[in-house]
Design a protein around this ligand. Structure first.
Ligand SMILES: [Zn+2]
Length: 82
C-alpha cells in the first residue's frame, strides 16, 4: 500500500466531482432535448422537412418520421427519381 495514495479530503472532492458530472450530464441531456425540438425532422421516405404543410408522423414500420400524407409523400419521392 503506497503511502502517497492517501489524500485528505479526497472523499469530499469525489462527491463534488460526481455531483458536477451529474449536473453536466443533465445539462447535456437538456441541450440535446432542445436541439431535437428545434431541429426540423425530415421524412425518411421522401426527405421533406416537417412543416405545417407537410406534417410528419411516425412511420408505421418504425423507421422514423414520415409524411402523414402518404400519397403526397409517395408522389414526392417518385418525382425525386428515387
Ligand atoms: Zn414523405
Amino acid at each position: 500500500m503506497p503511502a502517497h495514495d492517501f489524500q485528505p479530503g479526497r472523499e469530499m472532492s469525489n462527491e463534488v466531482d460526481a455531483k458536477t458530472a451529474r449536473e453536466r450530464a443533465k445539462a447535456i441531456a437538456e441541450q440535446r432535448r432542445a436541439e431535437r425540438r428545434n431541429r426540423k425532422r425530415k421524412c425518411v421516405v421522401c426527405g421533406v422537412e416537417e412543416s405545417d404543410k407537410t406534417p410528419l408522423t411516425a412511420h408505421p414500420e418504425g423507421i422514423g418520421p414520415a409524411c402523414k400524407d402518404e400519397v403526397t409523400c409517395q408522389g414526392r419521392r417518385a418525382s425525386m427519381g428515387r
